[in-house]
Design a protein around this ligand. Structure first.
Ligand code: KG4
Ligand code: ZN
Length: 353
């Protein structure tokens, strides 16, 4: 079946066309993946402005939609299912995509499915691994597996246990800032602009190995007997260090490297502990922060080499927000017998998984 998918939860207008095959062992062929990023429009405000995001989505969505159809050599009559992000995210931004999808569904009588954005990030890893996690039992999706997922973005940070398709147990989450949000705030303190994650990682690479005195930041909650995270203290610790250091502008790479490593240490340690505690056979990393090369490499090293279990992370182009992930998660929901009604589908800023 051919899926048209739409994602407008934050500052990317994304439309994809994905061919999904095989109900027991889904496989996906990405025919078009259009992502129009608004980061430049928001950078001068130091973060995403919800109403500005919505008005740019409104300008762009039609263009992205037409590009996606053209690139995939599809017309609307080829589309069997429309999948759209319904939340969590910024309400004004979500409304653009949801309304666009509802209108298409009504006008062309195409089945519609509302998709959870976080589930989309999580399911990006199932694209590569669908053979390992087949679906059995017809409409009732069953598998029986044990996967730990670290999902980290600008809006959320969670450790999730999956024992079955579409079945999530949140075993830990941030008590304050999301990991990506912390990177963004730290970058702002260091004068590196928005979005902060990519900027911090670029500067961190230029860091000198040793400087005196060394820059040391805390690893919040690293030894706590819980899978929850806290990143706002890390950002505040950076702020106090910068205030005390008259020469901080000469050490931006070193501050960036220490901040990045502090966040990675906490993320890696808790993920490893979760994998051990729940006897996971797989660990998935996903979300915008999964684009961080150091995090990808350090987590992979620990999981594969030290625990000898399987590790998966999406290709770089699929870590940040995109609509392919919405098509993939939407297909699994559809296989589970779920559909939305264009009359009643709502956008929801705060839905959990
Ligand atoms: O998933 P995503 O594209 O949007 C949300 O759902 O929030 O994630 C965006 C977040 C931003 O906070 C951005 O700074 C962070 O992902 N990010 C990174 C990197 N690339 C993007 N954080 C750390 N290192 C990176 N290389
Ligand atoms: Zn996201």
């Amino acid at each position: 079946m051919r899926i048209l998918s739409i994602e407008t939860s934050c500052d990317e207008t994304a439309v994809a066309v994905v061919e999904a095959k095989n109900k027991a062992m889904p496989c996906f062929n990405v025919l078009a993946n259009i992502v129009s990023s608004q980061t430049r429009d928001h950078s001068r405000f130091g973060g995403v402005v919800p109403n500005l995001a919505a008005s740019i989505h409104l300008e762009n969505i039609n263009i992205c939609f037409e590009k996606a159809l053209k690139r995939s050599k599809s017309s609307l009559s080829d589309i069997d299912l429309i999948a759209v992000t319904r939340g969590p995210g910024l309400i004004p931004a979500l409304l653009v995509g949801v309304n666009f999808a509802k209108t298409l569904s009504y006008a062309r009588n195409i089945p519609l499915i509302g998709v959870n954005h976080i589930e989309g990030h999580i399911y990006m890893n199932f694209i590569k691994n669908s053979r390992v996690f087949p679906i059995t039992g017809g409409r009732q999706v069953r598998g029986g597996f044990s996967v730990i997922i670290l999902t980290v973005s600008g809006g959320h940070t969670m450790l999730v246990l999956m024992k079955n398709h579409l079945d999530y147990k949140i075993i830990g989450q941030t008590l304050d800032d999301a990991a990506g949000e912390a990177f963004d705030k730290a970058a702002r303190l260091l004068g590196l602009g928005y979005p902060g994650g990519p900027a911090i990682s670029v500067y961190a690479k230029r860091s000198r190995k040793k400087i005196t005195p060394p820059i040391e930041l805390p690893r919040p909650m690293i030894d706590r007997n819980s899978f929850n995270f806290s990143f706002s203290g890390l950002k505040t610790a950076l702020l106090y260090k910068l205030r005390k250091d008259r020469n901080w502008k000469k050490k931006i790479p070193e501050y960036a490297a220490e901040f990045q490593q502090a966040a990675i240490d906490v993320l890696v340690k808790k993920t490893v502990k979760a994998a051990e505690t729940y006897k996971a056979k797989y660990v998935f990393l996903t979300g915008g922060v999964a684009a961080n090369k150091e995090l990808r490499e350090q987590l992979k090293q620990k999981i594969e080499k030290e625990l000898s279990i399987n590790f998966s992370v999406p290709d770089l182009e699929y870590c940040g927000d995109n609509a392919v992930m919405i098509a993939v998660a939407g297909y699994y929901r559809y296989l589970n017998g779920e559909l939305s009604d264009w009359r009643t589908l709502k956008a929801d800023a705060n839905i959990g998984i």
